[in-house]
Ligand binder design. Structure first.
Ligand SMILES: [Zn+2]
Length: 118
């Protein structure tokens, strides 16, 4: 499952943050996922507890927010929101656009608990 690998990569990132912050436990993880990132939020939620088991993030809440799809028009230069399956410029209707958001998976924030005597 692709999403499990994605989750494991995420756990490595979260683990680094936990070490840096001397955190004992991660309680919440906020992700931003673009509809064109190739990552399914539903599958990610299923894979998360498996990837998190035995890590500092075990039992953490996984919050996922969906990214807007935005394009920059190569014809008129406008930046506009687009639909994932129809990347047209909203200003002039040109199809020659460059994707500027909507294809990423970003770790937005983590909430953590620190050790008592850290
Ligand atoms: Zn345009």
């Amino acid at each position: 499952m692709h999403e499990l690998a994605v989750c494991q990569g995420l756990m490595a990132q979260v683990d680094q943050i936990a070490r840096r912050e001397a955190a004992e436990r991660i309680t919440r993880i906020l992700l931003s996922i673009g509809p064109l990132s190739g990552v399914e939020a539903t599958l990610l939620r299923e894979a998360f507890p498996i990837a998190a088991a035995g890590t500092v993030a075990e039992g953490a809440e996984l919050a996922i927010e969906e990214q807007d799809v935005k394009v920059k028009c190569l014809s008129c230069g406008a930046e506009s929101a687009a639909r994932a399956n129809r990347l047209l410029c909203a200003a002039c209707g040109d199809y020659r656009t460059r994707l500027i958001s909507g294809d990423e998976m970003l770790l937005m924030s983590v909430e953590l608990e620190r050790r008592e005597n850290a």
